[in-house]
Design a protein around this ligand. Sequence first.
Ligand code: NAD
Length: 317
Amino acid sequence: MRVICYSTKSVEKNLLIKANKEQHDITLISNALNIKTTSYAEDKDAVVVFTSDDVTAPVINKLSAFGIKYILTRSVGTDHIDMKTAQELGIEVANIPAYSPQAIAEQAVALALALSRHLILANQQCHHYNFSLDHLVGFNFYKKTVGLIGLGHIGTATASIFNGLGCKVLGYDILQKNIAHIEFVDLDKLYRESDIISLHTPLTPETRHLISEASLLKMKNGVMIINTARGDLIKTTDALSALKSGKIGYLGLDVYEYEKGLFFEDHEADEVRDALFSELMHFPNVLISPHLAFLTKEALAEIATQTINILDHWEKS
Ligand code: NAD
């Protein structure tokens, strides 16, 4: 199969080459897919993309004109792909549904623990030989209530870790689920009773701005919110207001509403910066990682293996 793989990061290149075992004719490029870079897909059968790629209708139309029959995203989420257009044009779309849910769950908990124990500030102070404890009082997770929204692969893996810390775990999902050690509740109860809320749903029209002024009003004062799912789940301007009022006590993000065109690249030299992001970074109780929850050796190897397996399957079909 002739394949063009967009947005290939240097950390995944060798893993993809190794997994491929020279079976498919894969061209790995670092360029993102957009209307201008579709020309790289000429004469190919399949296009492999990532979450930062533009896979909207105009791009898919162009890919279809080049004869592309398959689009594969090296991610769980498919919210960046116009599925309706792909289907109408007879293009098959696949994702990698579960490459390593633990990688994302561990990052969610890492953000939560680092926030609660002020690890970033403590480390910065140590660099300056300031060993004062004045601003470093944290809290125990033991016996706290954690609310998980979305109880799929990642939500369930996150529950296990919080259970291990001795937390009471509440969970909500659009589908009724009976999972050991998770008390299934409605969203209002989850908002009302949780000290920590962690988001694990896909981005859909229903989950966009799930965390907004209206839902924040239902939460405890000083609630910790962790988002490793998709940036648009949180209305960032409302989160900023809630940080200012103290409604949100801690905010841990691996994803950001306006991350497209910002994350995954070095923008240090940019003259104009994202004002909203800069404002968020100003808060000592906000911790942001740039969409790297998937970035473990194990997850990257699994993504590469499953990418090739799906190409194999398409070639045989
Ligand atoms: P999954 O499909 O296993 O689980 C998603 C769960 O959300 C399902 O149980 C589903 O029923 C539930 N859900 C859907 N709509 C809902 C709604 N409106 N309200 C409540 N629950 C709803 O997916 P997963 O593997 O657990 O991944 C979850 C999301 O995490 C992905 O869609 C992706 O956006 C994100 N993700 C982020 C990273 C990262 O690097 N930061 C990596 C992988 C996945």
